[in-house]
Design a protein around this ligand. Structure first.
Ligand code: 2P0
Length: 327
């Protein structure tokens, strides 16, 4: 009763930012994302009567309590579905810092769901995995799929799941991640979206913009229209932060290096190099570009002060089970 899965984070071009139902994890709006390839999260889960409590390691160390507070209800959900009551041992390995706005929960919960379901003997299809994963962490329901995925908001737990819009080989595109901060956020995404929804006067305006953007983004992906996709992705990221900074209390996720890179992107564009930025709830920033501009953009980023790590991502695969376990 042991299984291991690898999943990749996804980066949303139309963001998930607020829940309509906090119990069933139903989002306020549909969201669309790209699963990326170079960042990964690997999770091994074993259920056994040899364990008398659930325990886990994250990158070799003890997990933070707030991580276990989210993981344990998810394991219970899966145990209930499988009809087992065995305790679990888990191990998590990532190649990127977690809890810093790099979508670690999307990869983490997609991998955890696939590994724990397989270890518990559940044989599920992608839609079923997406529904379960969503209840661990909303954005993870999109990382079940490779390439481009849309999370359909739905009306109840069984019709809120992600579908694949295009496979990872549909469009050769790059998402270059610049890590400028590894410091933990003061307010995580789950808390931040609730504060923004309840207090930002711009929240309703964002929802209107999302409804306008969703069909445009679907079309841009289908037509491989980089200009259209980049413009909307950047605008969507700005809309999220516009609601964040106008929340009470204000949520400011950026650091000076984030803003410096945003300004560099704007300068590159006015010089004719087409690239767009996006970010989630953290200081770290992704630059979207076509393959022919990858080298020049990477060089620019390397020259910028405060850039700690650069990850060059292509469209990545969906979650998959692997044979090499972490223990
Ligand atoms: C997204 N993010 O669409 C948005 C943009 C971050 C900002 O979904 O409460 O960890 O577990 O459902 O999935 C990350 O939020 O939130 C996220 P919960 P989650 O990617």
């Amino acid at each position: 009763m042991k299984a291991t899965a690898i999943a990749h984070p996804n980066v949303a071009v139309v963001k998930y930012w607020g829940k309509r139902d906090n119990v069933n994890f139903l989002p306020m709006n549909n969201s669309i994302s790209l699963t990326v390839d170079s960042l990964y999260c690997k999770v091994t889960v074993e259920f056994s009567e040899n364990y008398d409590k659930d325990f886990a390691t994250v990158n070799g160390g003890a997990p933070e309590q707030k991580v276990m507070e989210r993981v344990l209800p998810h394991l219970n959900r899966i145990r209930k579905l499988a009809g087992i009551d065995l305790c679990a041992r888990g191990a998590v390995e990532t190649n990127f810092p977690i809890g810093v706005g790099l979508a670690s929960s999307s990869a983490g919960f997609a991998a955890l769901t696939a590994a724990a379901c397989a270890a518990a003997g559940l044989k599920l299809n992608a839609k079923e995995l997406s529904i379960i994963s969503r209840q661990g962490s909303g954005s993870s329901c999109r990382s079940i799929y490779g390439g481009w995925a849309e999370w359909l908001a739905g009306t109840h737990s069984e019709d809120s799941y992600a579908v694949q819009l295009a496979r990872e080989n549909h469009w050769d595109i790059r998402l270059i991640t610049a890590v400028v901060s590894k410091a933990a956020r003061k307010v995580d995404t789950r808390g931040g979206m609730e504060i923004a929804k309840n207090t930002s006067p711009l929240y309703e305006a964002r929802l209107k913009a999302v409804e306008r953007d969703l069909p445009l983004v679907r079309k841009a992906i289908k037509d491989k229209d980089f200009d259209a996709l980049g413009k909307i992705a950047e605008h969507e990221a700005m809309l999220l932060h516009a609601t964040a900074i106008t929340s009470t209390p204000p949520l400011v996720y950026w650091v000076p290096e984030t803003v410096r890179i945003m300004q560099e992107v704007l300068a590159l564009r006015s010089g004719g190099l087409e690239t767009y930025f996006t970010f989630d709830t953290g200081a770290n920033i992704h630059l979207i570009c076509l393959p022919e501009n990858e080298k020049e953009i990477t060089l620019r980023l390397k020259e910028m002060p405060g850039v700690l790590q650069i990850h060059i991502n292509k469209p990545g695969e969906g979650v998959k089970l692997v044979k090499e376990h972490l223990f």
